[in-house]
Design a binder for this molecule. Sequence first.
Ligand code: URA
Ligand code: SF4
Length: 283
Amino acid sequence: MDDAQRRRILRQHVQTDALLGVDAVPMGLERAGDATETGGLEPRSARASTPPVAAQATQPAQPAQPSAPRGEELFPQPTRHSKLDRSAKLELFRSMDEHEVRVCTKCELCRARTNTVFGEGDVDARLMFIGEGPGQNEDEQGRPFVGRAGELLDKQITAMGLERGQVFIANVVKCRPPNNRTPTPVEVDACFDYLRRQIRAIGPEVIVTLGGPATKKIAQTDRGITSIRGTWHRYEDQGLVIPVMPTFHPAYLLRAYNLDNRKKVWSDLQKVMAVLAGEERPG
Ligand code: URA
Ligand code: SF4
């Protein structure tokens, strides 16, 4: 990475911090540019043990915790890698997209769509974001989170010290609900097998659910997003257990763009960063 790139990234961080209303800079995660060259984030052991959040540096050093944190019981193994290698995943996704999703008529949402939106990102991503469903821009382009909500999501990803291409971004439904209405539980269930197989193939270490519908389905809860955001949940599928951090949907954040909500989302993402950096365990 050259100086110009460093300056650009630093500038983005400062802008994002202003946007998110935070007064700390993420430090612990691998620098995005370096990690991309290796095709994704490096294994946990290869990375620095710097605390991921500068704000923590102002706290006195904590003595090592002798007892196991609560997350130890909830998530006996922090990392579950997919059984598939990168090329097998790429082939699986290409085939699923072409032969299943693009021609899918399993629910009503197939009628009004322009394009299906399979999802995109690094098939080996350690972090996966799951949103609600395509909006108008996504339906037109066939890509997730490319409208205004996507711009905000991109900024949040940058603020975490990552690049969009290092995470995987998908939705609980792959076709646009008319007038951007919330997808019904029937539609979410009809579409779920695609997402379930995507999650299994990717095998992320953490899932962030964006908003109510994604959280309800992935974390298997009926509770509202406002009351459960910021608290660790579990995604389970046939022996696979992945920590889930629910947070507000960026589209909601755009509508209710106040300091309090921005700080809440940033605090949720900081918890995710701490887990990815190996500094904390979910729970
Ligand atoms: N909102 C979502 O939930 N998903 C997208 O892909 C875009 C906007
Ligand atoms: Fe098929 Fe999912 Fe689209 Fe419904 S939303 S038609 S289940 S791809």
